[in-house]
Design a protein around this ligand. Structure first.
Ligand code: SF4
Length: 338
């Protein structure tokens, strides 16, 4: 039976979720922001939850969390016909420089995505990212044909064992580690090198070395990793787990930046017996310059994706800086790296 949220023949969903910060930038809601999103974050809407069951996600099939949530952020719903012109207007003004659609998993989701992207592209040339689980090549090709610029297929976990436990068979879901990489390779074939992203969450039980390892694997196959800090959300399977230590997250951020920028490889880095990073494979002076620039500690991912306070409160501690860290921030970061 088709989704209730899809009256029209075009497949365009009647409603869509918009992150709170994005809704304020688009003028759909009034409010004050500590940092404005430079990407407009949308999420597909359905009555009910996702068919998958990722342990950290409020949208998961078995989650008892508020259905408005993704990570710690609220995503209210709006009529799609109100959102589309607002997106085009803010793109024209340069207030948003990218649109990202987070997709739940449900039968009609690719009809919804295809129709949404086509409607967005009719109104604006703004780049569009879609973060979804295509599961097969046909869906990847449909998105490319609809006009998607970058495809994100989240690994989320840094190892196969953690993946199976948190997102795959251990969570009662169909996802497999191997198929994720098959789909990532397929996405590169269809979208081209450099136009595919993935998400890696720090704090699911992996070591720093394991994160650096999966980052290196992604970079070697031309997939851009985006780093997230595990955020416990009430009602999810992992609600009782703790977020990662900021000091550890900083080391991983720095290692990832060096690998993504080709300044070092995991083989150049040193780790202790617990897999903690003890050396970054760069001369001290060069490393100091990189840290001083602050860029490794900015939100990572597609160009202009800054996800303000997606994993932390504005009061901090900040894992991902949505804007360039200030001088003061960098001094704090240096202490965290010591
Ligand atoms: S990196 Fe950002 S813009 Fe890209 S798919 Fe992920 S959330 Fe969306």
């Amino acid at each position: 039976m088709p989704e209730k949220n899809c009256p029209s023949q075009t497949g365009l969903p009647e409603q869509i979720r918009v992150s709170l910060g994005t809704a304020i930038v688009l003028g759909l809601l009034e409010g004050k922001l500590d940092a404005e999103p430079t990407t407009a974050y949308l999420m597909t809407y359905r009555t009910g939850k996702c068919t998958a069951n990722c342990g950290f996600c409020p949208q998961a099939r078995a989650s008892k969390s508020n259905t408005d949530l993704l990570s710690r952020v609220s995503w209210p719903t709006f009529p799609t016909p109100n959102v589309l012109p607002a997106l085009a207007a803010m793109a024209k003004q340069g207030k948003i420089r990218r649109i990202c659609i987070q997709a739940l998993n449900y039968p009609d989701v690719f009809d919804h995505l295809e129709a949404l992207v086509q409607e967005i592209k009719k109104r604006s040339a703004i780049p569009v990212s879609v973060s979804c689980q295509p599961l097969n090549t046909t869906n990847i090709q449909r998105l490319a044909k609809a006009g998607v610029d970058r495809l994100g297929i989240a690994l989320d976990a840094a190892t196969e064992a953690l993946f199976d436990k948190v997102k795959g068979s251990g969570a009662g879901s169909v996802y497999t580690w191997e198929n994720q990489f098959t789909q990532l390779n397929e996405a590169i074939r269809v979208f081209g090198r450099g136009n595919v992203s993935t998400h890696v969450i720090v704090g699911l039980g992996e070591t720093e070395k394991e994160v650096a390892n999966v980052v290196q694997r992604c970079v070697d196959m031309s997939v851009l990793p985006a780093l997230f800090a595990f955020t416990p959300v009430r009602g999810t399977t992992l609600e009782g787990n703790l977020p990662p230590q900021v000091e550890s997250y900083r080391r991983v951020q720095l290692a990832m930046y060096l690998i993504v920028k080709g300044k070092a490889r995991i083989d150049d880095m040193q780790f202790d017996v617990e897999g903690k990073i003890t050396g970054f494979g760069l001369a001290n002076e060069a490393l100091e310059t990189v840290v001083d620039g602050g860029l490794p500690f900015r939100t990572s991912g597609c160009p202009d994706c800054n996800r303000p306070f997606y994993n932390e409160k504005p009061s901090g501690p900040l894992y991902n800086y949505p804007e360039n860290p200030s001088r003061e921030d960098i001094e704090k970061i240096k202490k965290q790296l010591r």
